[in-house]
Design a protein around this ligand. Sequence first.
Ligand code: XLS
Ligand code: NI
Ligand code: NI
Length: 479
Amino acid sequence: MKMKLGRTLLLFLCFKVFCYAVVATPQTCPASNVDQCGDSDGWEGEFFPEIPKIKYEGPSSKNPLSFKWYNPEEEIHGKKMKDWFRFSVAFWHTFRGTGADPFGAPTKYWPWEDGTNSLSMAKRRMRANFEFISKLGVDFWCFHDRDIAPDGKTLEESNANLDEVVALAQELQTKAKKRVLWGTAQLFMHPRYMHGAATSSELGVYAYAAAQVKKAMEVTHYLGGENYVFWGGREGYQSLLNTDMERELNHMARFFEAAVAHKKKIGFNGTLLIEPKPQEPTKHQYDWDAATSANFLRKYGLEGEFKLNIECNHATLSGHSCHHELETARINGLLGNIDANTGDPQVGWDTDQFLVDIQEATLIMLSVIRNGGLSPGGFNFDAKLRRESTDVEDLFIAHIVGMDTLARGLRSAVKLIEDGSLSELVRKRYQSFDTEIGAQIEAGKADFEYLEKKVKEWGEPKVASAKQELAEMIFQSAL
Ligand code: XLS
Ligand code: NI
Ligand code: NI
């Protein structure tokens, strides 16, 4: 009897311990539980326990956590959908975005955050990143050096922090079979960069920026990154009265030359990308738009070494459409990557919203198809949740709708291209040049005297309709 009671008690105790083990395993990774889900490699819990792996369910699905249009393995126009896009999650928005704006405090308190910028927090966030992109079904991620690891008191300390987080990132991305689309250095947040980085009036700052880019490029290379981005957030001016613009631009060119040399020295084969943006934070940024950046590259003989990373919201800030910027980059052989986002038509700054306009997505995809894709570039979601969107699932929903919108754009653009009436309309518009004299003009063999003689022979030219509304009708019918 006693034995029996003892056994029952033991069984009961075992059951209690078992229950405790099950119940006590954190379902998310609460910041208060650093021991179990901080740096510990043994912890196997989930950051997003409520979120399943996102799957394609087709256009009739009402499930917000599913793709309606993006079907990664589906082949379309000679390539799998996932290969047309090479989607990437931007670490800075998704894992460092707080919802703060110039008028208000942060609104997002993700369960895994402990409110610090510590090294262990950085590592936990990196684990959350890989669970996020794995569940979302995205193959790539992008980062700034200072989003993934805390800035130290010295360059050596910052580099050591970065090395520690990058070692973990490398381990996690190998396990998850994910890749870095691009890395970059954050050369705009620290007060030392207030006058710019490569275009700062201070030599010490130029040198610091060089050291930072050197390291950021090395860790991007270490992580197998396929591109490296330069966004000149503070490379510009607030007033021309106190600025030697010519000298600043020369410095920027020297900086890029040194970056090319370092890239070669370390054997990094990724594409170097310049990301144009006209202003914000400075009043005028030197990489204003695609055409300005192309001119800069040509002036300094750097055109073979760089391509452009076109961001849609930056395009509209510069007074262009995203389609215009993509076409300008493409026809100059410079289209390398897209930072996929959009602005608000009623708001004049870089709101970095997820792109949800099917019409805009179709125009974007027309450029991408004409470019033969973007590889080794891709689509990086440089986009953030609205300040008022505060649920963890919103992070997924935002990316899903962004991916679905671009997938619809791809489907519509392919329809347009395969139908052929729009390109036929454009071809016909220029057909007067498909003649012998047209060919002479295009080959640079028709001088003014020769053309004057022709005008006397032909008289007043007949001028055909541009058929803009017909073009718009054809475009609409593909959406
Ligand atoms: C800011 C830029 C930035 C770059 C990377 O407006 O878009 O996020 O993409 O430094
Ligand atoms: Ni960007
Ligand atoms: Ni931007």
